[in-house]
Design a protein around this ligand. Structure first.
Ligand code: AMP
Length: 182
């Protein structure tokens, strides 16, 4: 199976759940910028305090900040990895490329998890995270369409994109993802 992966898709598509399963099954490092940022917020570091207000509005934290976090994690990694929730802008995707080149660790596949808005909103509301109330959710979806969705074409043009329908049970989606990575 491919070992250096990226998950793309709107908030609520199940990236985190599927990433955890896949990483546990194949011993990949799960690098979720959302989880790393929430850990900083929880630990009340200065970085966390800077990020918290932005996250609670459903906006994106600065490219510089997430790039520094990701660079630090990837530099200390020799095995496979899965990037979940990063990159989220073309600037982040473009900055990632020379870093991976330097590490001689190119991306092998980008999995796009697709799901319609009605199901996404329902899932996000039932999740109950502090950045999951309805107006913030709508903002996060808008930010996704505007800033992150352009990455779909970016990776399609590089021949890396695999699209998986994120409907159905966790198990059946996991099987579709695994098939797309063979
Ligand atoms: P997530 O858990 O991936 O939904 O991320 C939660 C929040 O963390 C997002 O709404 C953003 O505010 C922030 N965040 C996570 N990853 C990134 C990223 N790559 N770039 C900018 N902000 C991010």
């Amino acid at each position: 199976m491919k070992q250096r992966l990226l998950f793309l898709g709107p908030p609520g598509a199940g990236k985190g759940t599927q990433a955890e399963r896949l990483c546990a099954a194949h011993e990949l490092m799960h690098l979720s910028t959302g989880d790393l940022l929430r850990a900083e917020v929880g630990a009340k570091t200065s970085l966390g305090q800077e990020a918290a207000a932005v996250m609670n509005r459903g906006e994106l934290v600065s490219d510089e900040l997430v790039l520094a976090i990701v660079e630090n994690q990837l530099k200390n990694q020799s095995g496979g990895w899965l990037l979940d929730g990063f990159p989220r802008t073309l600037i982040q995707a473009t900055a990632l490329e020379p870093l991976l080149e330097e590490l001689k660790q190119p991306i092998e596949a980008v999995v796009l998890l697709e799901l319609n808005d009605a199901v996404l909103i329902e899932r996000l509301i039932s999740r109950g995270r502090s950045d999951d109330n309805e107006s913030v959710i709508r903002n996060r979806l808008e930010v996704y369409r505007e800033k992150t969705a352009p990455l779909i074409d970016h990776y399609r043009q590089q021949g890396l994109l695999q699209t998986v329908e994120a409907h159905g049970s966790i198990e059946s989606i996991a099987i579709s993802i695994e098939k797309s990575l063979c």
